[in-house]
Design a protein around this ligand. Structure first.
Ligand SMILES: Nc1ncnc2c1ncn2[C@@H]1O[C@H](COP(=O)(O)OP(=O)(O)OP(=O)(O)O)[C@@H](O)[C@H]1O
Ligand SMILES: [Mg+2]
Length: 391
């Protein structure tokens, strides 16, 4: 879709902003460019819509060298979102969003109807249409910025740190919202951020840059966490990458044991025979009631007579990740995680060790296209990733 072939950008002052970049960004996917300040992310992004022209190499869009497309025509098909939204302060929200359709000569009525549609799409109430940007919160302004970029329904969206000026809670909301929007719109999105967590949450693929405008690794988030190309990438993805990897493992794949799950009607003698320190007590519908410490059970009766320790949180095999399962194990008084189905019925339990063993198997998604530590990405030819290879 968007392809960089041996692209470099050198400035007259001697700065190499981007160095011999070869990269192919999949159609309909989110590619995240991440890396430390000054590593060439914005420059790379702006070479897509010709706000910056490369010194060497070729950028192409759907097989066409973008130098052969006049910049205004090119930009019609490319929405652009920046930090602080960059809204026109003297225009209402609705007119801000209608900017591009108006430029394209849609006429006021049609452009405003489209803008109203987009306002709803980005989750803002219709009542905000007549406000001015200063009357909105940072997060709301950012949503208007996204709506404006979508004005003419461009197939490509360039987003340069669009959420970095808002607080972490709003930021998380905007990220979730973008994922929802993307499921519906399937744009080809290039998203720049400093934040590796944001990159992992949003990216179908992630390009990690190092200072000097060199590509360090281009991979899916799972591969980046599982197999960083070198120490720089490993340092960038952080010390807790092992735990973060678990986000990509479906809880439904975890091995759970049933032996420690007993109904409240079970005689205490049978619970003792399980020979485990804790058993999970469930009701007649297999809904979890709590943990019984086997050492503290009454001499006779059933588990209904036992004092139960609180359950902690359960994890769902219908939608949760192994990370939620591990968290459940760590917070549980028994150190066991309780897995439930979509109806909330207990499927089984597992401890942290069993959970982590189940998630450290061999990689499933093919060989890495990691760059060599020497940074010889360009010389290996561009690694090609297809959108939708994960999720
Ligand atoms: N017009 C210019 N003239 C000279 N050098 C420039 C120019 N624009 C950018 N640079 C340099 O190119 C390098 C890459 O800049 P770029 O803006 O692409 O970095 P970035 O990764 O987006 O950084 P940040 O995370 O801080 O936004 C930097 O060293 C920057 O100083
Ligand atoms: Mg930048």
């Amino acid at each position: 879709m968007i392809r960089f072939d041996a692209v470099s950008k050198n400035y007259p002052n001697g700065t190499t902003a981007v160095d011999d970049l070869s990269l192919e960004l999949a159609e309909g996917g989110i590619t995240v460019l991440v890396g430390p300040s000054g590593c060439g992310k914005t420059t790379t992004l702006r070479m897509v819509n010709r706000m910056v022209e490369p010194t060497a190499g070729t950028v192409s869009l759907r097989g066409r060298d973008i130098r052969d497309v006049a910049a205004p025509e090119l930009r019609r098909g490319i929405g652009y979102v920046i930090q602080h939204a960059g809204l026109f302060p003297h225009r209402t929200v609705l007119d801000n969003i209608a900017t591009v359709p108006l430029l394209l000569g849609w006429g006021r009525k049609k452009a405003r109807a489209r803008a109203a549609e987009l306002l709803e799409l980005v989750g803002l109430p219709a009542g905000m249409a007549k406000r001015y940007p200063y009357q909105l919160s940072g997060g709301q302004q950012q949503r208007v910025g996204v709506a404006r970029a979508l004005g003419a329904d461009p197939p490509v969206l360039l987003m340069d740190e669009p959420f970095s000026a808002v607080d972490p809670i709003v930021r998380a909301e905007l990220q979730t919202e973008l994922i929802r929007l993307q499921k519906e719109l399937r744009k080809t999105i290039v998203f720049v951020t400093h934040d590796i967590d944001e990159a992992i949450k949003l990216g179908d693929n992630i390009a990690v840059f190092r200072t000097g405008g060199r590509l360090a690794q281009f991979d899916s988030p799972e591969r980046l966490l599982a197999d960083p190309a070198d120490d720089f990438v490993a340092g960038f993805v952080g010390q807790d990458r092992g735990i973060r990897r678990l986000s990509f493992v479906d809880a439904a794949e975890l091995p759970l044991r049933e032996g420690r799950v007993l109904s409240a009607a079970t005689p205490v003698a049978r619970a003792r025979a399980v020979d485990e320190p804790w058993v999970l007590v469930v009701d007649g519908d297999r809904r979890p009631l709590g943990w019984a410490a086997v050492g503290g059970l009454p001499d006779e009766g059933t588990l209904a007579d036992a004092v139960l320790a609180p359950l902690g949180h359960t994890f769902s095999l219908a939608g949760d990740s192994a990370r939620a399962a591990l968290d459940a194990a760590l917070l549980s008084p028994s150190r066991l995680a309780v897995g439930v189905d979509a109806q909330g019925k207990v499927v089984g339990v597992a401890d942290a060790y069993e959970l982590s063993a189940a998630t450290s198997g061999p990689e499933k998604d093919g060989p890495s296209t990691s760059a060599a530590p020497s940074g010889e990405v360009g010389k290996q030819g561009p690694p090609v990733h297809e959108a939708g290879e994960k999720r």
